[in-house]
Design a protein around this ligand. Structure first.
Ligand code: UFG
Length: 344
């Protein structure tokens, strides 16, 4: 009899995807990665193999290509769950190229759901985002905080995706889905064998800090110190990427362990603690002993002032919690940046 133990991870060579593949393999699952490598490198597979001792299967394909994806599904009878990461994720780019974002992010989601139904794969995990909450009136946000109008096409794809998943599960009771609403993922695997690989100038704070610290960038710009926060800079909930990856393993197991239960769930995946941009920079300086140059500049358009998670639902219901200290997380990001520099 076929042992069904394979997890299909779309976008599995990306930042969060690759860390999740490691945790899935460590938990004993087989993994098939489908990735079009549009924003990642196949070298990531070697890093995953070095960490886990096992090379995950990789098929280079675009999830928006239904013919190709159908072909893949038809030859992969062992798949028992799908974790769907594959998506474009640059907020600014999505404002300039909305249709690219709707095509990439929504078409691929629809394809994956259709194929889950067609091939009888009943378990679906989706990478959602705290961006669905916009600027919340009440902090921290819980899963029942209001969903607010998206401030970018990227954010809108996450909102629409959740609705597509909701409607699909309602119409197909055999399909289970868990949407994980990530806060701000940062850091790298402690081995420094995998981590974030920003394409060009980083949009996100931590890669910009580490690249400035190593000398690749002149100076970090801090976008605004006149927000209504204690030090005037924006507040986020920074979640360690390995902790975040583990939440996916827990979600998959939860679905596999509850075969006969209907499931459509949404979880905040954060630490429950907010940290300002300035605080984060100072923690980086204190833990690494390196002081990246920084200057305060004007606000960045579209930034939310402050958001952090109430993660108690995930803590209590999933039995998952963020474990890594922010100091260790920033050290892991720094180790990763240094490892990248040593390869050049
Ligand atoms: N920031 C800087 N300088 C930089 C980069 C960022 O000051 O060079 C600030 C931002 O203004 C913001 C904070 O650092 O206040 C965090 O910014 P990031 O770009 O790292 O993260 P965001 O919170 O803007 O975005 C992240 C994800 C998105 C997701 C969003 C949900 O990158 O995919 O969280 O809120 F949609």
């Amino acid at each position: 009899m076929l042992m069904k133990n394979k997890i299909l991870v779309t976008g599995g060579t990306g930042y969060i995807g690759s860390h999740t593949v490691v945790e899935l393999q460590n938990a004993g699952f087989d993994v098939l990665i489908v990735d079009n490598l549009s924003n990642s490198s196949p070298d990531v597979i070697n890093g995953i193999e070095k960490i886990t001792g096992k090379k995950p299967e990789l098929i280079v394909a675009d999830c928006a290509d239904i013919t190709k994806m159908d072909e893949i599904f038809s030859t992969q009878p062992a798949i028992v769950a799908i974790i769907h990461f594959a998506a474009s994720k640059a907020v600014g780019e999505s404002v300039e190229k909305p249709l690219l974002y709707y095509r990439n992010n929504l078409l691929s989601l629809v394809n994956m759901l259709e194929l889950s139904l067609k091939y009888g794969i009943h378990n679906f995990v989706f990478s959602s985002s705290c961006t669905v909450y916009g600027q919340p009136e009440i902090l921290p946000v819980t899963e029942s905080s209001p969903i607010q109008e998206a401030t970018s096409p990227y954010g809108n794809t996450k909102q629409i995706a959740e609705e597509i998943i909701r409607d699909t599960v309602r119409a197909n009771s055999s399909l289970k889905a868990i949407c994980l609403r990530y806060f701000n993922p940062i850091g790298a695997h402690p081995s420094a064998l995998i981590g974030e690989l920003p394409n060009g100038v980083p949009n996100n704070l931590v890669p910009f800090i580490t690249q400035t610290a190593i000398g690749l960038r002149e100076c970090l710009s801090i976008f605004g110190n006149d927000y209504n926060t204690p030090d005037g800079s924006c507040i986020r909930d920074y979640i360690n990427v390995v902790d975040l990856a583990k939440a996916h393993v827990v979600a998959v197991k939860r679905m596999l362990d509850n075969k006969n239960k209907q499931m459509l769930e949404f979880f905040n995946i954060g630490t429950g603690k907010g940290l300002s941009v300035l605080e984060l920079v100072h923690v980086f300086e204190e833990t690494t002993g390196v002081k990246p140059r920084y200057k305060i500049v004007g606000r960045r358009a579209g930034d939310i002032e402050q958001i952090w998670a109430n993660a108690s639902y995930a803590n209590n219901e999933l039995g998952w919690r963020a474990e890594e200290a922010i100091t260790d997380t920033l050290l892991s990001a720094w180790k990763w940046e240094q490892a990248l520099a040593s390869k050049k």
